[in-house]
Design a protein around this ligand. Structure first.
Ligand code: 5AD
Ligand code: SF4
Length: 441
């Protein structure tokens, strides 16, 4: 029997995409996927280091892998991704049972390791830009990722990413468009453009090949077969009118913008080195609302950044109240090794962070539930993803606004169906498939 691998992914969509590429690469080497870690010859982890909790969770899994290896000593253990990059060779001292470790820029080196005869532990941590065209094994055949850049030139003082993914490098536009055509030919109708800061795309490209992010969106929109385009994440400092107008103009570009706020207090934003103020952020939101009144807006917010006062936190609550997000990811600030903010005075006690998070979540959820009422009674185009998680007799899908809908009806994954919305909470919509009405978007 051929060799089998088991891969566990932590973290963001960038990691999910890298994992799909690892899987594609492993299958081209003749490996097949094992359902259980215990049945695998190769146990792999694609790690995240964005917050301390992510580290802790992963280390528990790694210890379990070690226990399996003690029973089957030929098992190979590999650790990729941001955590591996942030500790580098230290991984072999702390966890001597690890055979291979590699950073996010080194996915392709895993193949090199597996096909070499070397038995010694190896680490690969250079930054080389994009790691080549690896065949991806997509989790859903109708949804594809397009990584438009690697790395990040921002210096957000809380964030470990710039040190784990290197400087920003944009991929060549022609290569990207060709990749979208290939995805479309392969049955993908929804594509998500990925980058740490997607809307600074292209600024590092040489003159004759330079393309702005909005023009890249235009090129992707023109590819036949692509019905939905999403992207994540933009940085508010680089969110210009051309991108907002592209949402109004391009048929495939979805009515959803994720615009990370992080804090509603300008002094905190300054210490975070976000390079925008509360007012500039709210101006961006006003511009979005002016051109795209129905567009869904979501965000990321950190509470308990060093030195955050009651007044600072109140300013964040105000922005959450005023904007009325359709959804938000909220985080307790977590000091990360090697970042500027970890060294700042005024670290906020854990209990206070938790208390603030609860208050914030209350505002976010209340406003999201209110915003969601605008969908009730409308018939929306829903992309079917599979059975509902709570009731398998119903279906689950997503609207262009990125809202999850649980509904009664018939449809197979990958189909676009019209659903009339009958109810809405802060997180999900419910509805019935409409046999007569046409989806109005
Ligand atoms: N602590 C808490 N949250 C963080 N994020 C990034 N770094 C940290 C940190 N050190 C959050 C930001 C970012 C999201 C992906 O994770 O809100 O937008
Ligand atoms: Fe971190 Fe800022 Fe880069 Fe996002 S844009 S990954 S928050 S440094």
């Amino acid at each position: 029997m051929g060799k089998r691998y088991h891969l566990t992914t932590f973290g963001c969509q960038m990691n999910e995409h890298d994992s799909e590429r690892m899987k594609g690469m492993l299958e081209s080497l003749g490996y097949s996927e094992a359902a259980d870690r215990g049945d695998a010859d190769l146990i792999l982890f694609n790690t995240c280091s964005i917050r301390e909790k992510a580290d802790d969770r992963f280390i528990a899994h790694l210890r379990e892998a070690n226990a399996l290896k003690r029973r089957a000593p030929n098992t190979v253990i590999g650790v990729g991704g941001c955590w591996a990059q942030s500790v580098k060779d230290e991984v072999f001292q702390r966890f001597p049972f690890v055979d291979v470790a590699f950073g996010p820029g080194q996915v392709h080196r895993l193949a090199e390791f597996l096909t070499s005869d070397s038995l010694t532990a190896q680490g690969y941590f250079e930054f080389e830009g994009f790691t080549g065209d690896l065949p991806a094994k997509r989790a859903r055949e109708f949804q594809g990722w397009l990584q438009i850049s690697v790395g990040c030139n921002c210096v957000c003082s809380y964030c470990i990413v710039p040190s784990t993914r290197g400087r920003e490098v944009s991929r060549d536009p022609e290569t990207l468009v060709a990749e979208v055509r290939r995805l479309a030919a392969d049955g993908v109708s929804e594509v998500t453009l990925l980058g740490q800061n997607v809307n600074s795309y292209g600024r590092d490209l040489p003159g004759e090949r330079r393309l702005s992010f909005s023009d890249l969106l235009r090129r992707v929109d023109a590819v036949p077969g692509i019905r939905r385009i999403r992207y994540t994440s933009p940085h508010p400092k680089d969110m210009r009118e051309d991108v907002i107008l592209a949402h109004a103009e391009l048929g495939a570009l979805c009515e959803h913008i994720h615009l990370p706020l992080q804090s509603g207090s300008s002094p905190v934003l300054k210490r975070m080195r976000r390079t925008y103020t509360r007012e500039r952020y709210l101006d961006r939101v006003a511009l979005i609302r002016e051109h795209l009144p129905d567009c869904a807006l979501t965000t990321d917010i950190i509470v308990g950044f060093p030195g955050e006062t009651e007044e600072d936190f109140r300013r964040t609550l105000e922005v959450a109240e005023e904007v009325g997000y359709d959804g938000a990811f909220t985080f307790l600030y977590s000091p990360r090794r090697g970042t500027e903010a970890a060294e700042l005075d005024g670290q906020v006690p854990h209990e206070l962070k938790v208390e603030r998070l609860e208050q914030l979540v209350e505002v976010i959820q209340r406003r999201a539930a209110e915003r969601a009422q605008r969908f009730v009674g409308r018939t929306l185009e829903v992309l079917v993803e599979g059975p509902s998680r709570t009731d398998p007799t119903r279906l689950r899908g997503r609207t262009r606004h990125n809202k999850v809908v649980n509904f009664d009806g018939l449809g197979t994954p990958g189909e676009y169906v019209p659903v009339t919305i009958t109810g809405a909470t802060s997180q999900t919509l419910t509805g019935e498939m409409s046999l007569l009405a046409r989806a109005a978007g």
